[in-house]
Write a protein that binds this ligand. Structure first.
Ligand code: NAD
Length: 368
């Protein structure tokens, strides 16, 4: 039996199923959503090479046929050109309003395909089958979809909730260790932003989880998804509390932009470094104890993750330039940067009350 998390948004409720081997049972989960026994699956070449046939067999077991479009892996695929390809291909496949589109891959595929589904024929339903740790704990749940533009990340998109999320934790076994740890950055984020007991648990269980312990992986995904679902149910369109999920992201997005959204820094790595910086800023502003940022950094280090700006290969722009990149963040309101800061581990809040000079000093020290 899979673990379940219910996302109870009135009129758009769905279930997140979490467990081992769900791909092979995909047909049984998807069938109740279908008006005719076929789905259009969009994936990336890496994921498809490893897992598409398992998904195909899982759907076929319930008599469901699938066609697949495969896109190049990587963040660069979250772009206008790929969106056009998805939408035109779905129209070629004669996907109708009543059909279901499947996003099968990491956060890149989930965000892109979810957005394509939201605009196709003014909105068709879609199923998320997340295959990276990041996508299972974060991006597949909550309905944020979109693409990047030359102005920055995720600046074009839509809220479009999936009709079902199938998180098969056994596929995490084929992730590159670096991709696994990048996703772990988002798991740690949940503990840091709202659940100190979960952070304690991660300090104890993190190494087993990274080494492949199945029960620990299921539990980490379940707790992360439950926390995200709870927040999304209270604030679907980010009028307030949902912004807490962006802990570490204001810094992280600026670092991703500074490294050209390249292999130099993965999204989840930027989030982890960003969390460490957010706690450091909080301590310097006297909001939380000095020990808090040290504990955050110690855990990230123990997991073999990037923690400091110097862990990023190559040159970074100076502090002024990084601050300018933060100005593109979607959390900017009337030109005022908004940060997620912390009173303690597990107790974060949103604020616009941060002096630019403090951020500049923090970044200058971090770059030194
Ligand atoms: P990704 O989709 O690029 O996946 C990372 C890499 O792992 C890719 O090379 C992919 O091919 C590979 N991969 C995925 N699953 C695999 C598997 N099971 N085995 C082997 N390889 C596998 O990136 P990601 O880290 O999953 O997601 C990052 C994206 O998610 C970013 O664009 C970010 O903005 C977005 N995101 C969105 C939300 C949201 O709420 N919508 C939240 C967080 C992040």
């Amino acid at each position: 039996m899979a673990e379940q998390v219910h996302v109870n948004l009135p009129g758009r409720e769905y279930v997140v199923e979490i467990g081992e081997g769900l791909l092979g049972q995909a047909g049984a989960y998807v069938a109740p959503l279908l008006r005719r026994p076929r789905v259009a699956v969009i994936s990336d070449e890496t994921v498809a090479g490893l897992h598409l046939e398992t998904l195909r067999a899982g759907l076929a077991a319930d008599g469901i046929a699938m066609e697949a479009l495969l896109l190049p892996p990587g963040e660069a695929t979250k772009c206008w050109d790929a969106l056009t390809r998805c939408v035109e291909w779905l129209l070629d496949q004669q996907i109708e309003r009543g059909d279901v589109v499947v996003a099968f891959g990491g956060g890149v595929i989930g965000d892109l395909v979810g957005f394509a589904a939201s605009v196709l024929r003014r909105g068709v339903r879609f199923v998320q089958i997340p295959t990276s740790l990041l996508a299972q704990v974060d991006s597949s749940v909550g309905g944020k979809t979109g693409i990047n533009t030359r102005h920055g990340k995720n600046l074009v998109g839509a809220f479009h909730q999936p009709s079902l999320v199938l998180a098969d934790t056994s596929v995490l076994g084929t992730l590159e260790p670096r991709d696994f740890l990048a996703g772990y950055g988002e798991v740690v984020k949940y503990g840091l932003l709202g659940d100190a007991a979960f952070f304690d648990w991660l300090e104890a269980q993190g190494p087993a989880l990274a080494a492949g312990d199945s029960a620990a992986r299921i539990e980490a995904v379940r707790r992360s998804v439950q926390m995200k679902a709870d927040i999304v149910m209270r604030d679907e369109t980010e009028q307030g509390e949902r912004a807490l999920l962006n802990l570490g992201h204001t810094f992280g997005h600026a670092l991703e932009a500074a490294t050209g959204y390249s292999d130099r820094l993965l999204h989840g790595e930027g989030v982890a470094i960003g969390c460490a910086l957010a706690f450091e800023l909080s301590a310097r502003m006297g909001l939380c104890a000095q020990e808090a940022p040290s504990r955050v950094r110690a855990h990230l280090r123990a997991m073999g993750m990037k923690v400091d700006l110097r862990d990023i290969d190559g040159e970074l722009p100076d502090a002024e330039a990084l601050l300018a990149l933060m100005g593109q963040d979607k959390k900017v309101v009337e030109g005022q940067l908004r940060f997620i800061l912390a009173r303690a581990i597990g107790d974060s809040f949103v604020t616009g009350e941060v002096a630019k000079a403090d951020v500049l000093t923090l970044l200058t020290d971090a770059l030194a």
